[in-house]
Design a protein around this ligand. Structure first.
Ligand SMILES: C[C@H](O)[C@H](O)[C@H]1CNC2=NC(N)=NC(=O)C2=N1
Length: 92
């Protein structure tokens, strides 16, 4: 899949809530009530990642989940990352 240009990324970002373009990724931090809620969210996202065959770089610390998306094969951000970000947003 084609790597998106800076301009294309900037145009697509406003369609997502609170995601930013930084360090070659699109990223967002989610905060939950507790660890159980955070991990339940990650589990729901994990199934969707498998379905889309696209996977996040992410970190969980207690009730927070930090997510970074890019496409390793393309060496940047692609439409796949925006599709997964939308899915993640709908699952949060
Ligand atoms: C072989 C497999 O299709 C690839 O490794 C997929 C899996 N998940 C992936 N996830 C992400 N974020 N980037 C990729 O390039 C990627 N490639």
């Amino acid at each position: 899949m084609e790597k998106l240009t800076e301009k294309e990324i900037a145009e697509k970002l406003p369609n997502l809530k609170g995601w930013e373009h930084k360090d070659g990724c699109i990223q967002k931090n989610y905060t939950f009530k507790n660890f159980k809620q955070a991990f339940a969210f990650m589990t729901r996202v994990a199934f969707e990642c498998e379905a889309q065959n696209h996977h996040p770089d992410w970190e969980n610390v207690y009730n927070s989940v930090s997510i970074k998306l890019n496409t390793h094969d393309a060496g940047g951000v692609t439409q796949k990352d925006f599709d997964l970000a939308k899915t993640i947003q709908d699952l949060a």
